[in-house]
Design a protein around this ligand. Structure first.
Ligand SMILES: [Zn+2]
Length: 323
């Protein structure tokens, strides 16, 4: 992993070590420095989980955006954000950053554009139906100012995707891993809008730590592993069939850290065994008959019984080296 002289993380990584996050299409805003009560948090999550569907951009497009479309979008955003922001194309996104221009250009090319190409080559045929802005915010203060709202700072300090605002927000002071995670959500919306939450978050989380510098999008072990290994050791995981069946409220509202970690490492297992792309293609093809992806997973892996597979998968995860 390369680092800039400033010490800022260069590779696609998330610095944070543990704890649950809420990102993706859920967009709860909590007042800064005040932890919401369990009930108000649950209410917010429920409200956004139920209403965010109307914000979705819709099935994506095969035809790339034209140069004229990008130019018009850039002109508009440059005027909105002002001269202290660098605004440029990282197809199919437009990057808007308040860091040094060279850094914004480098992250646009080496993270956003490079990861987009790899994600498209591997999974996603369609671009988002509308241009999605990628806000790269250099400090906590600018992240809170631009990614928050009049009510306060965003619920997550790292970043999130807002289909309503057609934007990805990333706090670059905490690394750039969030960028690729949230880009997966934008592409998922455009290509597999009916994806269950576990798969959407699993794939986003898988790619929040890769080594893009090597030209590969392989997800690597990250900070979600130790907590998952602990849960496995204590027998505190949940049945995979329950994870797969969780809707938005259950996924984000329960033991959310465990849900993210289990989802990530199921897809990590598929990746390591060479089945991830095939699983995605088959899952999309059979989504009407198998909306949770359970039957498709059994088929792709040649496993007859998901519970027996879970035992095998937990042994695999328990033996992974800590990051
Ligand atoms: Zn996510």
């Amino acid at each position: 992993m390369r680092t800039r002289s400033s010490g800022r993380t260069r590779a696609n990584d998330r610095i944070r070590l543990a704890g649950p996050i809420l990102d993706s299409n859920v967009f709860p805003i909590f007042p800064t420095h005040r932890r919401p009560s369990a009930m108000s948090r649950a209410l917010l999550i429920a409200t956004f989980a139920l209403t965010s569907g109307c914000c979705h951009v819709g099935m994506g497009r095969i035809e790339p955006f034209s140069a004229a479309e990008y130019e018009a979008h850039i002109r508009e955003r440059q005027s909105d954000y002002g001269p202290s922001f660098t605004v440029l194309v990282a197809a199919p996104f437009v990057v808007i950053g308040d860091g040094p221009r060279a850094w914004v250009k480098q992250d646009a090319a080496e993270v956003v554009e490079a990861a987009s190409k790899m994600l498209k080559a591997r999974f996603f045929r369609r671009d988002p139906a509308e241009i999605i802005d990628v806000l790269m915010l250099q400090t906590d203060a600018s992240y809170n100012a631009y990614a928050g709202s009049s009510v306060g700072a965003p619920a997550t300090p790292y970043g999130y995707y807002s289909p309503c605002k057609r934007a990805i927000y990333s706090n670059m002071s905490l690394g750039n891993g969030t960028l690729v995670h949230e880009m997966v959500h934008a592409f998922m919306d455009a290509n597999f809008p009916a994806s269950p939450v576990w798969f959407n978050e699993g794939l986003g989380s898988l790619y929040e730590h890769t080594d893009l510098d090597s030209g590969d999008l392989r997800g690597r072990n990250n900070w979600r592993l130790p907590g998952l290994k602990k849960a496995i050791a204590k027998g505190q995981t949940i049945p995979l069939e329950d994870l797969f069946a969780k809707g938005r409220i259950a996924f984000y509202g329960g033991d959310v850290g465990l849900h993210y970690a289990m989802a990530r490492y199921v897809l990590y297992y598929l990746q390591e065994n060479g089945h991830l792309e095939a699983y995605y293609q088959q899952f999309v093809a059979h989504q009407d008959d198998d909306p949770t992806g359970r039957a498709t997973l059994e088929k792709v892996l040649g496993e007859k019984d998901l519970r027996a597979f879970q035992t095998k998968w937990e042994r695999f995860v328990a033996a992974l080296p800590d990051p």
